[in-house]
Design a protein around this ligand. Structure first.
Ligand SMILES: [Zn+2]
Length: 648
């Protein structure tokens, strides 16, 4: 290592000048850009390496539900028994249960916080729960004491649920009117052949008690999605005989609810890589394909280790299916249910092909799909995910149907397998999902559809808009115009930058897979994600997390000058933005040869300008930062030298 005399002299002169002119001011250094941000020290619950600690716990809620769908009065009436296990170190005097259908009243917080002109999360106001026969049991004690506030219900026990494994049972009867408009997450749609019931948020569901917040009881307002514990579900839906019901989890009683012909096709589809009709478009009204010709049928489903379940019911369904091949050799079943209106060649006829491809891609690339079925339902809901079942827009075709289907199935990984708190951290759900969707789309059918997430410079207009917000803003707080960026594109781009610019594919993929594996069926917090990625990738990324994920600053790298220096060339670079970045630049020499140079982010630790010595006697003709154009650099006019060399 050499230390140039000339540099020492320059520093000495600089030092004496500043002492003379301004003895009191201290120049700000760049430590703040690189220092740890937020409390990410580990504990016994969540280790600093980003894995669950030895004392990590989460509670469990198992559900048994029997409900009847009335397609004349559009109501759902049922009985639910919740078996709750308290694994926390505290005994619990009460639990909180979400009553999401209570959003659909005149006076709900969701209604009262919806703007006059409405928005995507508008909901009907003639619904809400009627509850009866509530019974809350711990051991032999029983209680009916409860308190309802908006979309939450507090249920008190006669004696507390013991800590570390104590159990309680809460049962009640419920009924409500199924809204038409269910905040773009559920509801009903009338088509030619009947009504399609998209049923979600359809039963009372226990809130999460965790080690970070205690009870997570933010009301159900609109943009904020969900946060639930894992459990086993056993549910039975009774509907008129002519309805087909598709649901999350495995159908338990095909012999009772499917005619022998449909059952035969069902078994055939289980073994088929191409789509098999269970009920073809021509057969929608053929009642000989139903198990009964009058009365009702009860469809029984079970799903293990899941946050939630949803289902759809209609007499208007075309129904098809195909096998999903998983990396372990196991199989699952892709299914689609849609009305005749959606059955076009370029439309829902391809839904099962899309569903199968999507689930197979994510299983191969990130983590194996754990559920027995993956159902895509055509609905008036624009696109909404539940474990093993989606509602997607019934009018979508072609690329947009691929896009929404792939996106909603991608949610099985975030947040259904990796169980984050969506109501607060939409970026860990929508953002991570949008990121994996990019590669799934590139992969599908030899690139039949394009994905443009890597064209990050398209977004610099938003990034420099004064109304922008940070990724960390809660979805119910974010300006709705910003939600697409803060919840989806910006975090997705952040992961893309990490993978394709900062860490490289191999390091990123290893860390990201490891994060999924470590937190599958658990509840990671943002700090757990940051810690995990840093520990497996072996890189302190605080400068990136705080700049990109928790700030509103931008990237702006620039070439200031290129000049010859003692027979070599010096390239003067500067970091004009708030987020430092490694510098990748392509140098082109006058003899036509090129060289790719990569400088680490640490060049910016001591200041915002850096001189790079090109150790070559060749004459430099041009320099271009980020030749692959991965960075959303907000001022790319200064990214090259000479300035006129590259302008896009
Ligand atoms: Zn989404």
């Amino acid at each position: 290592m050499k230390y140039h005399f000339r540099t020492i002299l320059a520093l000495a002169l600089l030092g004496s000048a500043s002492v003379q002119s301004n003895a009191q001011e201290v120049t700000q250094n760049n430590q703040a850009d690189f220092a740890e941000f937020m409390d990410r020290s580990g504990n016994q619950l969540r280790a600093a390496s980003g894995v669950p600690g030895p004392e990590y716990w989460q509670n469990e809620a198992d559900y048994a539900i029997e409900a009847t769908l009335d397609d004349v009065n559009h109501s759902l009436t049922g009985k639910i028994t919740i078996s709750y296990t308290n694994n926390s170190p505290q005994e619990l005097d009460f639990i909180w249960i979400y009553l999401n259908q209570n959003r659909f009243t005149e006076t709900s917080r969701g209604t009262l916080t919806t703007p006059i002109g409405g928005n995507r999360y508008t909901g009907d106001t003639d619904g809400g729960y009627t509850l009866s026969n509530l019974n809350a049991k711990v051991k032999r004690s029983s209680s009916t004491e409860h308190y309802i506030d908006d979309t939450r219900m507090q249920v008190y026990f006669d004696e507390p649920i013991p800590a570390r494994g104590g159990t309680a049972t809460v049962s009640m009867d419920f009924t409500y009117r199924v809204p038409v408009e269910g905040m773009d997450r559920m509801g009903r749609l009338d088509v030619e052949g009947g009504t399609i019931y998209s049923m979600a948020q359809w039963f009372p569901q226990v809130a999460v008690y965790d080690d970070v917040e205690g009870w997570n009881v933010e009301p159900y307002l609109g943009a904020g999605e969900f946060y639930y514990d894992y459990g086993d579900f056993d549910y039975k839906i009774t509907a008129p005989f002519d309805h087909i019901i598709v649901g999350s989890g495995e159908l338990q009683n095909p012999k009772q609810v499917l005619s022998s012909k449909v059952r035969e096709r069902y078994e055939q589809a289980r073994k088929s890589d191409s789509t098999v009709y269970l009920i073809s478009p021509e057969e929608v009204n053929d009642m000989t394909l139903r198990a009964k010709q009058e009365g009702t049928l009860t469809w029984h489903f079970k799903m293990k280790n899941t946050r939630d379940v949803a289902f759809a019911s209609s007499k208007a369904f075309v129904w098809d299916a195909a096998r999903i091949n998983l990396p372990s050799g196991k199989t699952a079943m892709a299914q689609s249910a849609y009305p005749l209106e959606s059955a076009g060649e370029d439309a829902w006829k391809r839904s099962t092909e899309y569903s199968k491809a999507s689930v197979e891609h994510y299983s191969n690339k990130w983590y194996e799909y754990p559920y027995p079925v993956a159902v895509n339902v055509a609905s008036h809901v624009g696109g909404m995910e539940y474990p093993g079942l989606n509602f997607c827009d019934w009018t979508d075709t072609g690329k947009s149907l691929w896009g929404v289907t792939d996106h909603e199935f991608g949610h099985n990984w975030f947040p259904m397998i990796v169980g984050t708190n969506e109501r607060r951290y939409a970026w860990m759900d929508e953002g991570f999902n949008s990121f994996i969707n990019h590669y799934s789309t590139l992969d599908f059918n030899n690139g039949e559809y394009s994905s443009t997430l890597n064209q990050t410079r398209k977004f610099t207009g938003w990034m420099t808009n004064p109304n922008r917000e940070g990724i960390d803003v809660y979805p119910d707080v974010a300006n709705l115009q910003n939600l697409g960026m803060v919840a989806y594109y910006k975090p997705a781009m952040g992961l893309l930058l990490l993978r394709e610019y900062v860490l490289g594919e191999e390091r990123f993929d290893r860390a990201f897979r490891s994060y999924i594996e470590a937190w599958a069926y658990k509840h990671p917090q943002p700090a757990d994600f940051f810690n995990h990625m840093e520990n497996v990738a072996g890189e302190n990324l605080s400068w990136f997390w705080q700049g990109w994920f928790y700030g509103t600053g931008n990237i702006d790298l620039g070439v200031d000058f290129v000049q010859t220096y003692q027979g070599n060339t010096v390239i003067g670079l500067s970091n004009k933005g708030e987020i430092p970045m490694p510098v990748e630049m392509q140098i082109t020499y006058t003899d036509g040869s090129t060289e790719l140079v990569r400088l680490p982010v640490e060049i910016w630790q001591r200041g915002d300008s850096w001189n790079h010595l090109v150790n070559s006697e060749k004459e430099v003709q041009s320099v271009e930062i980020d030749p692959e154009k991965v960075l959303p650099d907000v001022n790319f006019s200064n990214d090259s030298w000479p300035t006129s060399f590259y302008q896009d």
